[in-house]
Design a protein around this ligand. Sequence first.
Ligand code: ADP
Ligand code: TRP
Length: 321
Amino acid sequence: MRVLSGIQPSGTLHIGNYFAMMKPMIQFQREHTLFCFVVNYHALTTVTNADSLRGDTLAACLDFLALGLDPDKSIFWVQGDVPEVCELTWILNNQTPVGLLERAHSYKDKLAKGFQPHNGLFSYPVLMAADILLYQADAVPVGKDQKQHLEMTRDIAIKFNFAYGDTFVVPEPWIDEHTAVVPGIDGQKMSKSYGNTLEIFSEEGELKKKVMRIVTDSTPLEEPKDPDKCNVFALVSLFLGDEEKNELADRYRAGGLGYGEVKKMLFERMWEYFAPYRQKRAELAADLGQVRRIMAMGADKARAIAGQTLELVRSRVGLNY
Ligand code: ADP
Ligand code: TRP
């Protein structure tokens, strides 16, 4: 099975990204053909500072490699190093109804947040469809916010296959219900663009401060509390096994447990969980030349596969004459 997913270098990666997408991807590489990439073309829809884009792209590569993505077992690259995806995007644009794009939640959210709508933002889902279809992916691990984009990819693939004959695999989303929406420190969905993240490779003091800022209600310490309505509980649960999670939930319901204590537990668990990866990341960061070589090798592998699909598509639509 081909498993594929991408992540935007539009800021620093956080534990929502990790648990919904990065961790499952790293686990999938053991049994499946893994395609994983850093989507810098997509980031251009919102990032206008070239130095930030360069820095965050390299940082996302380091993060993935440090967390266990093995470039020998999988295909790992930077989207912009395989420009074939732009050609496929153009071809797919012609199978994409404007009404479909107008219904995109992410586009409507961006408008609501005051972004000036430009064509890149509007056609973002077509580029994402091209990303997926170019590699004939079967399954796409994502968080719940990407579900609609996956449905659009499926619609575009089905429409193309109907118009030109079977060409693309129609992909399935892979969403783990336990990590589908990780809350941020303000209780909204954690997102790089909301400034509410707990970063995977945060500095210690910074992480402590952010954990202490997590929004809770004002139920007094001695009163019983509902774990299912608590952001701190949702976050610490990501680092607990089932038994520990149930024990903690019982302590919430019994009363006498303060949010401060759970926040301290969250900080300690998270800090400990990522400790070995921090070490690995520091080693990688000391040799960026090697990281760039790894990414170039990944791009070569991706390009070989992209070229095959594109050749087929070009002949299906009549671009070969
Ligand atoms: P962000 O919203 O932080 O910019 P991306 O859009 O780059 O994140 O998302 C990368 C991957 O991480 C996607 O699969 C997305 O669904 C997932 N993801 C991002 N934030 C969360 C979250 N808070 N909970 C679950 N999954 C998330
Ligand atoms: N739109 C995705 C996000 O914001 C990133 C992305 C781009 C992606 N291309 C993809 C995800 C292909 C999965 C497959 O998270």
